[in-house]
Each structure stands twice: as structure tokens, then as C-alpha cells.
Design a protein around this ligand. Structure first.
Ligand SMILES: [Zn+2]
Length: 183
């Protein structure tokens, strides 16, 4: 098994995916989420605290039923994305763990029913591919339509019991003993 090749980011911005698949190359790395402006629009909370997306790209040649080889590229992305919970409106981390197989084609893919129902996705790889953009696209496609906490920390729904933090009786006493401020 060949070790994972890590190339310079400049290469990753202009990948020839046909060559990548022919050579059965593999690349892995991570990109900072805060450098993905299109994705940022869907996120909430403090963007300075954003982490990375870990990705892996694997080239392969798949045997076609009628003979011949189909160049493919498999992309896996993994990230925790802060989004606004649609139940309590606070920030909820959404775990993304997605894989997609691109069938590399040398034409603009047609939107046909067959294409829409295919397990893999046709990708026009005639021009060099910007892997950074491809990873960002994949994350955007993987975003949940209705982001939510599994369990909201403080439910706003009036029907839900609200947990009140119990204050120490000494702290309450201390506050009562302080003179009222008059400013
Ligand atoms: Zn919530």
C-alpha cells in the first residue's frame, strides 16, 4: 500500500482529476472552515472559533460492464459545523461525514433522470479542478435542511419543563443584605 501523498496547496487548486484517477493517487488533508466564504453564510456563532474540514480524495479506475475503464474520484469530507438550531435558536454543532463518488466525464453532464438516480455523480473534469472548492461544495450539499440539537440545552418551548439552576441560599442572602443601589 502506497503512503498518502500530500502535495502543496497550489497543486490542490489545479488538479487534473483524469491523471489523478489513472495513477490511482490519494490525497488527504484539512482546510480551515473560516476560509470557505460560501459555506460561512450557512453557519452561525463565532466564526473565529471554527475548526477544520478533514478530507480525503482517492482516484480509481472502475471496470465498466461493457468493458473499458471509468476514471473515478472518491471524496470524503468530515467536519463539525456550527449552525443555528431551529428549535431553540442557539448554536448547534452538526456533524458532517459524507462520501461522494465522482464519475469523471469529458463533457458537460446532462441532467437526465438516469443521471439524477445514479449512485455516483458525473463531474466534468476537462479543466483542472480546484479541490478546495470541491470540498466546500460537498460540505454545502451535506448541510442539514433543518439543523437541530439532539437535545436542546435550554428549550424555549413553554410546554417543556425549564431547568432552573439552584442558587446557593447563602448567595441569595448575601444579595439581600447588600444596600440598594440608587444610580
Ligand atoms: Zn436546540
Amino acid at each position: 500500500m502506497k503512503p498518502t501523498q500530500i502535495s502543496a496547496p497550489a497543486d490542490e487548486r489545479r488538479l487534473n482529476l483524469f491523471e489523478f484517477a489513472q495513477a490511482r493517487r490519494e490525497l488527504a488533508g484539512s482546510y480551515a472552515l473560516r476560509e470557505m466564504p460560501r459555506l460561512l453564510q450557512a453557519l452561525s456563532g463565532d466564526t473565529a472559533a471554527l475548526g477544520d474540514v478533514r478530507w480525503r480524495l482517492r482516484g480509481s479506475l472502475r471496470e465498466l460492464p461493457g468493458g473499458g475503464l471509468q476514471p473515478c474520484a472518491e471524496l470524503a469530507v468530515r467536519a463539525a459545523l456550527p449552525m443555528q438550531c431551529q428549535r431553540c435558536l442557539q448554536t448547534a454543532l452538526q456533524d458532517i461525514d459524507e462520501q461522494v463518488v465522482f464519475r469523471l466525464v469529458d463533457a458537460e453532464p446532462e441532467i437526465t433522470l438516469e443521471e439524477l438516480e445514479a449512485d455516483d455523480e458525473a463531474l466534468d473534469a476537462r479543466a483542472p479542478i480546484d479541490l478546495h472548492e470541491l470540498v466546500e461544495d460537498q460540505l454545502i450539499l451535506a448541510l442539514p435542511l433543518v439543523p437541530m440539537h439532539e437535545t436542546c440545552p435550554r428549550p424555549l418551548d413553554a410546554g417543556e419543563p425549564v431547568r432552573i439552576e439552584r442558587e446557593s441560599p447563602f448567595a441569595v442572602l448575601e444579595r439581600l443584605r447588600k444596600p440598594q443601589r440608587t444610580d
